[in-house]
Ligand binder design. Structure first.
Ligand SMILES: Cc1ncc(COP(=O)(O)O)c(C=O)c1O
Length: 435
């Protein structure tokens, strides 16, 4: 059931938007970012903007490399040698985990491989992997290759829970797919296209009863939605740091492993997952770190990891609860503006593909339109940056750290004006190479 306020209408005027900004308790964080001059940036769910904090941590890492050379591994502040663990403990509150259950390492798909290679142990009649038909393609490619590595055939061993409406996945359909022949399940916390938030605690509990290791791809929930992984008993999870966490293009990702799995031998081991005090003994017998650190593989890319330290400072100062509250208010405001200014009716015909109840949505709104590719590009031509996901979705992601209500109001105005003027019709069809 929706816990949103039951107000029937909102103030759809520009003054109404400005009043919301004036009353926003976390509006001050906007000044900490390098905003793009003259542009409204609503693509923080693909690549978040650079904060001054992330920039200064990166410059500090460069300076320490310049002045310390190899001694930076232990002598830098913080030491590079244990940076993955340190950042993991700083990130742990965002996923509701004890500090050692999280490590900053790898990247989304690589971390997925590292975790699924560990927890997929097909045996006897248990060979199947459950995922969903609306998963991000990389997740599915990785699962297909994992099944091939084990001599299986994805046509039989990969079960993609279908969507009934093309936008969302019903938890009851996932639960029905968790049968006796399933060896592993992987689900998105938030679906990348529609922005649906799955009921993680319910699914984690159902998987545990059935003894099926279940992990979550949190690329679209980390930094946008609070999690309580320890409390919910989630087995494992992974994410990137370049979306809502604002740590930069290709920034080092992260992973979570529940305490009950610590000590399990990683499926893709590497020396960075070795017990830290003995890593440089250089012996060949494996002795993994005692917690999530064991799932690291390689030397961390320092320059792609350092920005996260600055970026996380903002999350600690603002608090994920306040950020989630603003995110929900902003996505609700955006949806209501679309409805109450008539954009869901002819001749505009926009639709919203994101579930309305707050507990079922992540950080973005999926605005659907049959002309979505050209309308997305027309928005961009006006200096408003959304992204497009085939076939018909314009994703609009307010980032609560730096997006204003006034920007959302301007965006909705622009959507109406684009359809009124037909300016999108003058653009060539199709999407950009990188949408
Ligand atoms: C939900 C989801 N999973 C996986 C990926 C793949 O990420 P990476 O390129 O960091 O492996 C992405 C990328 O945007 C994503 O959105």
């Amino acid at each position: 059931m929706s816990t949103e306020s039951a107000t029937a209408t909102i103030n759809t005027s520009e003054a109404g938007a400005l009043a919301l900004d004036a009353a926003d308790p976390i509006a001050r964080f906007r000044e900490r970012f390098h905003l793009l001059p003259g542009r409204i940036y609503l693509d923080g769910n693909s690549l978040g903007l650079l904060s001054r904090d992330a920039e200064s941590e990166t410059l500090r890492a460069l300076e320490q490399w310049k002045t310390l050379g190899i001694d930076g591994w232990l002598g830098a502040d913080p030491p590079w040698f244990t940076l993955g663990e340190e950042l993991g403990s700083l990130l742990a509150p965002l996923v509701g985990a004890e500090p050692e259950a999280v490590v900053v390492t790898g990247s989304t798909t690589v971390n997925q491989h590292a975790l699924t290679a560990t927890f997929y142990r097909p045996h006897g009649g248990r060979r199947k992997i459950v995922a969903t038909a609306l998963d991000f393609p990389s997740d599915v490619y990785a699962l297909q290759s994992l099944i091939h590595l084990h001599g299986g055939d994805p046509r039989h061993d990969l079960v993609l829970v279908p969507s009934r409406d093309g936008r969302t996945i019903l938890e009851e359909d996932v639960i029905a797919a968790l049968t006796d022949d399933v060896a592993l399940a992987l689900l998105p916390a938030v679906l990348y296209r529609s922005g649906q938030l799955l009921d993680i605690p319910l699914l984690a509990a159902e998987a545990q009863v059935r003894r099926i290791p279940l992990g979550f791809d949190c690329a679209h929930s980390i930094g946008a939605v609070p999690h309580s992984f320890d409390e919910w008993g989630v087995d494992w999870a992974f994410w990137c740091s370049y979306k809502y966490l604002n740590a930069g293009p290709g920034a080092t990702g992260g992973l979570y492993v529940n305490r009950r799995h610590w000590g399990t031998t990683p499926g893709l081991a590497g020396w960075w997952g070795y017990e830290k005090t003995q890593q440089f003994d250089m012996v060949h017998a494996w002795q993994g770190a005692g917690a999530a650190g064991a799932w690291q593989i390689s030397t961390p890319p320092l320059l792609a990891t350092s920005p996260l330290r600055g970026a996380l400072r903002l999350f600690h100062e603002a608090g994920i609860t306040s950020l989630r509250a603003k995110s929900l208010t902003q996505t609700d405001y955006l949806s209501r503006l679309l409805e109450e200014t008539g954009l869901m009716a002819p001749p505009y015909n926009f639709a919203i593909g994101t579930p309305r109840p707050p507990e079922r949505r992540g950080g973005h709104i999926a605005v659907e339109h049959e002309e979505a590719p050209r309308i997305a590009r027309a928005l961009k031509a006006r200096g408003i940056v959304p992204d497009f996901r085939a076939p018909n979705v314009i994703r609009l992601a307010p980032a609560p750290l730096y997006t204003s209500y006034h920007e959302l109001w301007q965006t909705v105005q622009a959507l109406g004006e684009i359809v009124d003027s037909g300016e999108h019709l003058r653009l060539t069809r199709g999407r950009e190479l990188v949408a």
